[in-house]
Design a protein around this ligand. Structure first.
Ligand SMILES: Cc1cc2nc3c(=O)[nH]c(=O)nc-3n(C[C@H](O)[C@H](O)[C@H](O)COP(=O)(O)OP(=O)(O)OC[C@H]3O[C@@H](n4cnc5c(N)ncnc54)[C@H](O)[C@@H]3O)c2cc1C
Length: 524
């Protein structure tokens, strides 16, 4: 007779056991799985098909200091200066020093990077002091990485289950023992039991309606980790990408920063450059600076008031250099070779996440995290462009290194973590309402009043019990992550990196620390 799940009273149909459970088949999950598979019985699950991930859509490339004009030290300095004084320096060191090995590993798994002569081609992106962005297919790097790694995983001993959504983590005796999973096609639930679980569930761009992220990016790993008692950090830092297509009825397709790296300019309707006077680095200023300048102008002009002009970029026209991107816009009736295209910022990358040490260990024994769902602190308060693909590879490899040698690790107490309670009066809500609150009050410009209002409303949304249907569960997860983000943003009474408070526009040196949170235990 099947066991019964205590939270839902639904029968748990089956139980699966493995040495290592990995949740998520993006870059971080697949790298961790491939590196662990020779040593452990690895089971990897994903709530969609294997390729559906943020990784698949990554455009510009992956940062690595490989040129003779470059060095890990230089990459370290660039990363630290963007991080706005709260970067975890040891994580940054690990990130930049391991870049060469990370690229070697991707190539070994079949990823093919663009070349220039007999060298790997290197692009320039904002706030990098030298060109160091390796790319594939122009600006289709994620597609190349995802398809190569998916193929490598399929031809390995790794067991892969698609359409299997982690609902919650199993916690017994103060340790993570795997996950409760929903088979999204049949509606049945099952348990995956493992002494070690790695969350590689990606980001939470779907907190906002205007986002570059695909539908899977709903913060599931962060929400499940919170419900299991783990500590999260840096959730006030959501990176908004400055230039996504802004055309009524069209998706907010990202226009890669590599375009600006090649000389594309941000202009108003008359063709005047917006950033030339705003920052000495102009279009190549850090993303938060460019995003705020564009958002400010759009508040004055309304939609369509800011355009990206890629005519005359160096290295050949967009249709040749960025062929995939050009084709997408061509389908929408826009010719980037001949005309500027309307842009506005979108929610893009969640800097915060499950707090981990430099080896991906969370505060909950048996639980690790890697990639966008984790927060190693390597990005500080602002991510340097193209460092996230690198982070996913580097820290997934470090997780694999540890779990294949030290699976009996007993936990790490991160202190202090502020306990945040959900409201006692649950509120039924639709996801668009949550996204509206996030965009209005926890968006590019924030204020104490707006954040307090958002925190209260999101706390009531987060009180709703988790559901058993995929979309509903995702909305419940977004509510928890949104609530934590709003609270963290409310508590940070200054502006730093991606977090901008209109009522506290300056940076306060006294707040140069990463803030951590956990869910308050229910009374009784
Ligand atoms: C349009 C776009 C362009 C980008 N361009 C770049 C770039 O040029 N350079 C760069 O460095 N970064 C870029 N990024 C960011 C980068 O792609 C991501 O940060 C990175 O790919 C994250 O990898 P990941 O493995 O952590 O997560 P993902 O690749 O998002 O994978 C998450 C996985 O977890 C699964 N999952 C989620 N929840 C559950 C659940 N409950 N149960 C089971 N499975 C679940 C998903 O289905 C997916 O398989 C870009 C992002 C976007 C969206």
């Amino acid at each position: 007779m099947p066991a019964e799940d205590s939270q839902t009273n639904r029968p748990v149909q089956q139980m699966r056991e493995c040495d290592l459970l990995i949740v998520g088949t993006g870059l971080a999950g697949l790298v961790a799985a491939l590196a662990s598979a020779p040593h452990l019985r690895v089971l990897i699950i994903t709530k969609a098909t294997i390729d559906e991930s943020n990784t698949y859509y990554a455009q510009g490339g992956i940062a690595a200091a490989l040129g003779t004009d470059d060095s890990p030290d230089r990459h370290f300095q660039d990363t630290i200066s963007v991080g706005a004084a709260i970067s975890n320096r040891s994580a940054v060191r690990a990130l930049v020093n391991s870049a060469r090995d990370a690229i070697t590993e991707l190539i070994a798994h079949g990823v093919s990077f663009d070349t220039h002569g007999d060298q790997l081609a290197r692009g320039l992106e904002a706030a990098h002091s030298v060109p160091r962005i390796l790319h594939s297919g122009g600006a289709a790097t994620g597609l190349a990485i995802q398809t190569a790694l998916s193929a490598a995983a399929r031809s390995s001993a790794i067991e892969i289950i698609e359409n299997a959504q982690m609902l919650d983590l199993l916690v017994e005796g103060g340790r993570c023992r795997g996950a409760r999973v929903l088979a999204t096609e049949s509606g049945e639930q099952f348990e995956c039991r493992a002494p070690v679980t790695v969350l590689a569930t990606g980001g939470a761009g779907r907190l906002y309606a205007r986002t570059s992220n695909p539908s899977i990016a709903t913060g599931d790993g962060i929400a499940a980790a919170l419900r299991a008692g783990a500590v999260v950090t840096n959730l006030e830092f959501m990176q908004f990408h400055p230039t996504a297509l802004d055309m009524p009825g069209r998706p907010a397709h990202l226009l890669s920063e590599a375009l600006r790296g090649s000389g594309a300019t941000v202009v108003d309707r008359t063709g005047r450059r917006l950033l030339a006077g705003a920052d000495e680095r102009a279009e190549l200023a850090p993303r938060d600076v460019v995003a705020r300048a564009i958002a400010r102008r759009l508040l004055q002009t309304g939609p369509g008031g800011v355009l990206l002009d890629a005519r005359g970029i160096s290295g050949g026209p967009p249709s040749v250099q960025f062929a995939a991107l050009w084709r997408t816009l061509d389908e929408f009736g826009l010719d980037m070779d001949r005309e500027p295209v309307p842009v506005s910022p979108v929610a893009h990358y969640l800097i915060g996440g499950i707090r981990t040490d430099d080896f991906g260990r969370s505060s909950l024994p048996g639980l690790y995290a890697a990639g966008e769902t984790a927060s190693t602190g390597a990005h500080g308060a602002n991510r340097l462009a193209s460092n996230s693909l690198l982070e996913a590879v580097v820290f997934a490899r470090r997780v694999a290194e540890l779990v294949t040698s030290d699976a009996d690790w007993r936990g790490w107490e991160f202190t202090p973590a502020r306990p945040i309670a959900v409201d006692a009066r649950p509120m039924d809500f639709e996801r668009p309402r949550l996204q509206e609150v996030m965009w209005r009050d926890v968006g590019i410009f924030r204020s104490g009043d707006g954040l307090a209002r958002a925190s209260a409303e999101l706390a009531r949304m987060a009180a709703r019990p988790a559901a058993t249907d995929r979309a509903d569960q995702e909305s419940a997860n977004l509510a928890i992550v949104g609530m934590m983000s709003a609270r963290a943003a409310l508590d940070r009474t200054e502006s730093r990196g991606t977090h901008f408070r209109s009522d506290h526009p300056g940076t306060d040196p006294g707040q140069a620390v990463a803030n951590s949170y956990r869910l308050a235990r229910k009374a009784g």
